[in-house]
Design a protein around this ligand. Structure first.
Ligand SMILES: Nc1ncnc2c1ncn2[C@@H]1O[C@H](COP(=O)(O)OP(=O)(O)OP(=O)(O)O)[C@@H](O)[C@H]1O
Length: 423
């Protein structure tokens, strides 16, 4: 190690004064004091090291000194490892690309892009509706990249009030505030060192915290609350939001500089209703999973049930589909799942045969009002999609996951479900 640091070969150095070989080694001071000097920072050549000097004492007399040097970067990574262990949290990614199911072109394109993003270090901004799989993609990107052995720390910026989120992200020093833990606490940025931090719902972060996050991204270092020590961190950031951040920048509710800093690589996760037959593929997958868990025989979706699933809008996306399949596997005791079962699991029991149990005449009035509201919402959605497709009804029907006949009927204001299956 000393050869490497000093540039001297051992054979040439032996016998020469140490001050000549490593001028700032300062061993001679110990010969006078006889006291160990531990943990001193030194620059030797281009390397920053920690030096430990201990005297060799024979019969009460200091006869020599042993100095050891340790490269500071290996110490830093050791320190981070210790901190992570002490924090004792399971900051590990769970999902790989193999877990992200779907055959639709829209999903496959998102997976293709995400795989590309995995191999580089730049910040990724994932945009998509709630439950569409943003967090799964963040896990998979982390696990497919060079940081896969490092931690994956996920934090939901919408789940905590501002002050708590700040101390979670940046940590705090001992005595930083009343109730602060003894010895302080490392923040999530520190715990994510050499790994990835996933900032979910970044659009909900307050402007003050946005400014602090921007500083971490730009400087690569953090300071705990109530502390003046600067801690270097090497973290890849993946952020996600269901909001239109560009619009928020225009409205000045999201910092423009942070937006450009995080929006280096952009990933759009398609909503489930634009993923065509993926709905059925995922539905079957979840059904089998829950049946296995419940140790009950596998169930099948009837063609009518499948059509019901394809027609639904899925505002809660894959999460909603998964929950719906869980309800079905618990409630439905038949091996064949009917359209009525699906409608009930979706809370859409509007047809007389599938009426809500216990609902009398008064209940029917409520259902009618509800159906009226649904119609208004549906028409609004159809008009929006039609505007987006430039009036192309076939394309609008495809995006909405309904047949053209249904689209046409709905536009005419009829609240009738397409039972013909024609399109
Ligand atoms: N392509 C997919 N294949 C299999 N499961 C999926 C897929 N996409 C999402 N899921 C499942 O759907 C649920 C929601 O996914 P996830 O938490 O990744 O969504 P999200 O977009 O991050 O949601 P939110 O916006 O609410 O944070 C999870 O249970 C996940 O396992």
């Amino acid at each position: 190690m000393a050869e490497k640091l000093s540039g001297w070969r051992a054979g040439d150095a032996i016998g020469r004064p140490v001050t000549e070989v490593i001028p700032n080694a300062q061993c001679h001071t110990l010969l006078k004091t006889g006291k160990p000097e531990l943990g001193e920072l030194l620059d030797i050549g281009n390397t920053r090291v920690v030096a430990n000097r201990v005297p060799i004492i024979v019969d009460g007399r200091t006869v020599g000194v042993v100095t050891t040097f340790q490269n500071i970067s290996s110490l830093q990574s050791l320190e981070h490892k210790v901190r992570r262990r002490l924090a004792g949290r399971g900051h590990v990614a769970k999902y790989t690309f193999a877990d992200i199911l779907g055959e639709s072109p829209a999903l496959k394109e998102a997976v293709r892009l995400a795989r590309e993003y995995a191999s580089v270090q730049s910040t990724v901004l994932i945009h998509g509706e709630t439950g569409s799989g943003k967090e799964m993609f963040a896990h998979a990107i982390h696990l497919a990249g060079p940081r896969q052995d490092g931690p994956f720390v996920a934090v939901n910026c919408a789940a905590l009030p501002e002050n708590l989120l700040e101390s979670e992200l940046f940590g705090y020093a001992e005595g930083a505030f009343t109730g602060a833990r003894k010895g302080g606490k490392p923040g999530l940025f520190e715990l994510a060192h050499e790994g990835t931090i996933f900032l979910d719902e970044i659009g909900e972060m307050s402007p003050r915290l946005q400014a602090r996050v921007l500083r971490v991204l730009e400087e690569g270092e953090i300071m705990r609350l109530g502390d003046d020590r600067i801690i270097p961190v090497n973290v890849r950031v993946i952020a996600a939001t269901h909001r239109n951040l560009a619009q928020m920048v225009k409205e000045q509710s999201f910092r423009e500089d942070l937006y450009y800093r995080i929006n280096v690589l952009n990933l759009e996760i398609p909503p489930l209703r634009e993923r065509g037959a993926d709905v059925l593929l995922l539905a079957e997958h979840f059904l089998q999973e829950f049946c296995r868990q419940l140790q009950r025989p596998a169930v099948n979706l009837t063609p009518e049930a499948a059509r019901e699933l394809l027609q639904y809008r899925w505002p809660g996306n894959v999460r909603e589909l998964r929950n719906c399949m869980e309800r079905l596997s618990l409630r439905c005791h038949d091996t064949n799942i009917s359209a009525a079962d699906v409608r009930q699991a979706l809370g859409l029991a509007t047809t007389p045969e599938a009426g809500i149990p216990g609902e009398g005449a008064a209940g029917e009035g409520r259902l009618e009002r509800l159906a009226g509201q649904v119609n208004i919402l549906e028409r609004g959605l159809i008009m929006r999609v039609l505007a987006e497709t430039g009036g192309n009804k076939a394309e609008a029907a495809r995006r909405l996951g309904v047949s053209r006949t249904t689209l046409w009927r709905k536009l005419k204001g009829e609240n009738e479900i397409d039972k013909t299956g024609k399109s």
